[in-house]
Ligand binder design. Structure first.
Ligand SMILES: Nc1nc2c(ncn2[C@@H]2O[C@H](COP(=O)(O)OP(=O)(O)O)[C@@H](O)[C@H]2O)c(=O)[nH]1
Ligand SMILES: [Mg+2]
Length: 346
């Protein structure tokens, strides 16, 4: 399913004003005008006014029309959107944008009418300048309308997701998250790197018995303590939380990824933050084994599945567990409900 936010068009008010002003001047310069000095000035100022007004209102209308219809949005994208903006707020924002476009057009029409009656070159200039000033200050006064929808910019970079029960992989860097995604989703997974945060997001698919699981690897996101994060990263974490039905946390027994205690701390944090069914696996059993596993189970108080993404040891057991989980109403039930909800709407 294509990301419905991929093509949203977002405006930065200052940039829009600047580029529209430049375009309007250029267009007037290139235009050939005729008649008396006053006539020429009126034509030039008219072109500048018309061009500025049209660019501003068209661009704003373009933004308003670029958002997907919220009511028809797949549930999974609706959940992701709500991390950044409430549904009702987007609808309000769209109508505010349309209102702005209309308002600018009105002011432009008024100015053009007055321009017709101008008797001196200076009057024409003054009227056009007034229009520039009014249009720019109107946009600046209402810049919150633009900055509100600008919050949705991260959604542009989401991958194409399916409405499937979704498993999110967490664990410290080099624990083996990406290796696990490859192992689970097969040799030819439908994987594409996505620029989500700084290092992208990967999605693959795994047949878990009757259910198909969407498996997501989140490089650079769920691999370090949550508290030191900026707002954007916090939102990215929240968006993963919104779509995760199940979490697999990858421990690295070899401690290349970090000391066991540190790994256990992150595990506890992720569990607390996500509040989703979580499966803990201890990767790299081909390097180290029993003693470290025991230590991890003591630190976390959990049963941990030994695993090697290198040799495949433990993979069958993990797949069995995932198949069992996929039968769980709490996990794939959400998926079935999503489909029902869509069916109801026809
Ligand atoms: N020996 C061994 N190496 C592994 C295993 N799983 C992953 N690796 C290696 O560990 C490194 C980091 O793995 P990667 O999947 O990229 O970790 P990520 O950063 O969590 O995505 C890579 O060089 C892998 O080849 C394993 O089970 N055994
Ligand atoms: Mg990785």
């Amino acid at each position: 399913m294509k990301n419905p936010f991929k093509r949203i068009f977002l405006i930065d008010a200052e940039q829009l004003i600047e580029s529209a002003l430049a375009d309007a001047s250029k267009k007037a310069e290139l235009a050939s005008v005729c008649g008396s000095m006053v006539e020429k000035a009126k034509q030039k100022e008219g072109i500048r006014t018309k061009t500025l007004g049209s660019i501003l209102s068209e661009q704003i209308r373009k933004e308003a029309g670029s958002f997907p219809d919220v009511a028809g949005l797949p549930e999974i994208y609706k959940e992701l959107m709500e991390v950044y903006m409430k549904r009702g707020n987007l609808e309000k924002n769209i109508s505010q944008l349309k209102w702005m476009a209309k308002k600018i057009k009105q002011v432009q029409i008024d100015c053009l009418r007055e321009l017709k009656h101008a008797r001196h070159t200076q009057d024409a200039r003054k009227l056009r300048k007034e229009f520039y000033g009014r249009a720019a200050s109107f946009l600046r006064r209402n810049k919150k309308i633009f900055s509100d929808s600008f919050e949705l910019r991260y959604l542009k970079r989401l991958p194409d997701l399916q409405e499937l029960p979704t498993l999110v992989i967490a664990g410290m860097p080099n624990a083996g998250k990406t290796s696990l995604l490859f192992r689970l989703t097969g040799s030819k997974p439908e994987i594409e790197p996505y620029a989500f945060t700084t290092r992208g997001l990967m999605a693959g698919y795994f047949e878990a018995g009757f259910a198909r699981l969407q498996v997501i690897d989140t490089p650079g996101l769920l691999d370090r303590p949550l508290e030191k994060r900026n707002k954007i990263e916090k939102q990215a974490v929240a968006s993963m939380k919104a779509i995760a039905d199940l979490v697999v946390y990858v421990f690295d027994l070899s401690e290349i990824a970090g000391p066991l205690e540190k790994q256990a701390n992150l595990f506890a944090q992720i569990k607390k933050e996500f509040k989703k069914p979580t499966i803990a696996v201890a990767n790299k059993t081909d390097i180290l084994g029993g003693k470290e596993l025991g230590e991890l189970e003591r630190l976390t108080g959990e049963k941990i599945i030994p695993l090697s993404c290198e040799t495949g040891e433990g993979m069958e057991l993990l797949k069995k567990i995932l198949e069992e989980k996929a039968k769980d109403e709490k996990i794939s039930g959400k998926y079935f409900r999503r489909l029902e909800r869509r069916d109801e709407k026809g």
